[in-house]
Design a protein around this ligand. Structure first.
Ligand code: PAF
Length: 285
């Protein structure tokens, strides 16, 4: 497995692979790999001949009071895990190469980035779309794989790819969970013991929501109430939002009559960790 820092070298490698007829796939990550990331790599590796994983903690998607500095960066462990998962190349650029002095160009998807997580993280999605577009331009993948855990991110990137006439295939991979249901996330390491014990309530509330839906409930409010009542049983987690929205425009659904995303964000009391999770009813992303 190659480890590449230079954007130019990465472009050349990828173009050479494509000229020799190989299909290139990209799995963008910020490192601190867990089983969720490894599942994305496995899915990608089945679809391509040259698998690139980008490993870049993107400063542009962190707000001024967010965890950019403390975000875990276990580089060597990440490299070992990526190689074992079938990765051919890790692209790990330096922030100063991605955003050199006088950097001024950002890509912004409108409307659908103002809601859900975008409401409390105003510049987050602009940072995500900018870096993802840059990674797509550098690596030129035919395929890119993202996790459903960040459902709004998936919807926003799909919108960008469609709006900007980009010709690559996006694959959405299912959420990978701990045994007790907690969605895997690099930020779970921030949780205190008590918070970790309560965190599976989020998944439990989504499972209950799905049960209600499967039993025929179609009222968005009724399902939200049930989800909220389950989250309210926790002392360590505070709900930031529970939304039921359509999977394209992220508009709230009073009546669930099309594929719906139930998205939850909570913040824990002690460590202040933000946890997100979701489920799709009546379709997929
Ligand atoms: O999902 C993530 O880890 C990041 O948002 C991504 C897509 C790697 C962009 O920095």
């Amino acid at each position: 497995m190659k480890i590449v820092e230079s954007c130019q070298e990465m472009s050349n490698l990828s173009l050479t692979a494509q000229k020799s007829g190989r299909r290139v796939a990209l799995v963008p990550t910020m490192g601190a790999l867990h089983e969720g990331h490894l599942s994305l790599l496995k899915i990608a590796s089945r679809q391509c001949d040259f698998l690139v994983m980008s490993l870049f903690v993107n400063p542009a998607q962190f707000g001024p009071k967010e965890d950019l500095c403390k975000y875990p960066r276990p580089f060597e462990r990440d490299c070992e895990l990526a190689e074992a998962a079938g990765c051919d190349c890790i692209f790990a650029p330096k922030p100063s190469d991605m955003y050199p002095e006088n950097y001024s160009t950002y890509v912004s998807v409108e409307n659908i980035t103002n809601t859900l997580c975008g409401a409390s993280r105003p510049a987050h999605f602009r940072g995500v779309t900018t870096v993802v577009l840059k990674l797509f331009n550098i690596v030129s993948p035919q395929i890119a794989v993202f996790g459903q855990k960040d459902a709004q991110q998936v919807i926003v990137i799909k919108r960008m790819v469609q709006d900007l006439n980009m010709s690559l295939q996006l694959i959405t991979a299912p959420i990978i969970r701990e045994n007790d249901g907690l969605a895997m996330s690099s930020r779970n390491v921030y949780l205190s013991e008590d918070e970790r014990r309560e965190a599976p309530l989020i998944c439990k509330s989504l499972t209950e929501a799905k049960k209600l839906y499967d039993d025929g409930e179609r009222s968005g409010q009724a399902i939200k109430n049930r989800v909220q009542s389950i989250l309210d049983t926790g002392r360590m987690i505070k709900t930031e939002y529970i939304e039921i929205v359509d999977t394209v425009c992220i508009n709230p659904l009073e009546k669930i009559d099309k594929p719906a995303l139930i998205a939850i964000a909570c913040r824990t009391n002690e460590s202040g960790t933000r946890l997100i999770d979701n489920i799709i009813l009546g379709g997929d992303l």
